[in-house]
Design a protein around this ligand. Sequence first.
Ligand SMILES: Cc1cc2nc3c(=O)[nH]c(=O)nc-3n(C[C@H](O)[C@H](O)[C@H](O)COP(=O)(O)OP(=O)(O)OC[C@H]3O[C@@H](n4cnc5c(N)ncnc54)[C@H](O)[C@@H]3O)c2cc1C
Length: 412
Amino acid sequence: MSSGEMSRRDVLKGLATAGALAGTALGSARAQTSSAWDSIVIGAGVFGVWTAWNLQRKGHKVLLLDAWGVAHSRSSSGGETRLIRTEYAGNEFYTRWAWESLAEWQALSRRHESPIFRDVGALYIYPRDSAEIDRSISMQRALGIPIEKLGVSEMAKRWPQIGFEGIAVGVLQPTMGALMARRSLQTLVADFVAAGGSFRQFAVDPPRSTQASLDAITGTGGEKLSASNFIFACGPWLPKLFPEVVGARIVPTRQEVFFFAPEPGDRRFEGAQLPAWVDMSSKDLHYGFPDIESRGFKIALDAHGPAYDPDASDRRITDQGLADVRAFLARRFPALARRPLAESRVCQYENSHDGNLLIDRHTAWANVWLVGGGSGHGFKHGPAVGRYVTDLVLGSGKAEPRLALASHRVHD
Ligand SMILES: Cc1cc2nc3c(=O)[nH]c(=O)nc-3n(C[C@H](O)[C@H](O)[C@H](O)COP(=O)(O)OP(=O)(O)OC[C@H]3O[C@@H](n4cnc5c(N)ncnc54)[C@H](O)[C@@H]3O)c2cc1C
């Protein structure tokens, strides 16, 4: 049995541990507050957790840290659901990463009782047909990804709860769907801890070193932690920790998310009857999810909101944002336009200038790695990111230029 395939007893023990993850020190870290680790991963969002898990599977002694806890409310990974799809407008790199990651998310989901992946499907709807759509479909089919192109009359028959005004064509990815974001990371950290990894709630100060490498990080209570490698996967906080090296290469923006309660007994908006969807009919696309685990029908606008401070900015939705999504619902999902708002969230994207992730070695310290720039689409790639970073840290990976610091411009 590999370290990732534990017995049910281990898993349940792990999940019990996961419930306590919001607390303080966990696992062997309690007794080893100042020992040297092979790798310390800072940030228990999707990138940090998959990196810690992969490094540990390669034999590293790993400590995972987070200032507030795994997938906490203000982290970018702390939402209810995240879409996984391989539709990337023909971008083969991210299509492959998403496809490879799906298999790992599914494997994680199979190892646990509470679902982590919901195969509700993903539907893209477009205002016009185009050669670009066909190219993307062909590329995905060549990779073995199931995908269907649909006309409006076919879609209207399958999903009468959607209004297809202004839409010419749809692309359905039947094997894609929703990742249960927060739960998936709590579960993976529980696996990681059960297999010998350590997790601590620990806030790291911006690191300092006049050498060519970093010996230790300092944080909560002035405590120092040393390691051979440090991986900073700090999402929207990366610019604050590395103002010179990252700075405005990553800009967090404010994003509002809404959940609406369907009519009692109206099951048309559940996952069995409605896929996750992305509406490409305007530049600032809307996307959403069916009602999963009774949280309500989820909808959000992908357009980047104003610049946002993950520590200090207001996390209340705006009246304008709510009015805008209601206007969209009236057109696309009319049965929901006047339904009560069941829940709402304000989260942040951590945008690179062109949407590429940022994964690279620090420019001055050879044993420090920077991982972030999820740009509103990073969650699904967690497993691929974890493998990629692990290979770089172990010196066995080939660096992908589009992810390098040198390719990331400072935002205007
Ligand atoms: C509303 C919304 C919808 C999205 N939808 C999708 C989607 O449908 N599909 C998709 O694939 N992606 C989606 N994304 C993007 C995706 O969620 C993010 O790209 C991803 O979660 C980023 O993960 P991360 O690990 O980089 O950052 P985070 O999840 O923010 O994790 C960083 C962690 O670092 C910790 N940290 C920071 N500073 C310190 C410190 N000094 N010391 C210790 N710990 C520290 C933080 O506490 C935090 O937990 C969406 C994002 C948002 C906001």
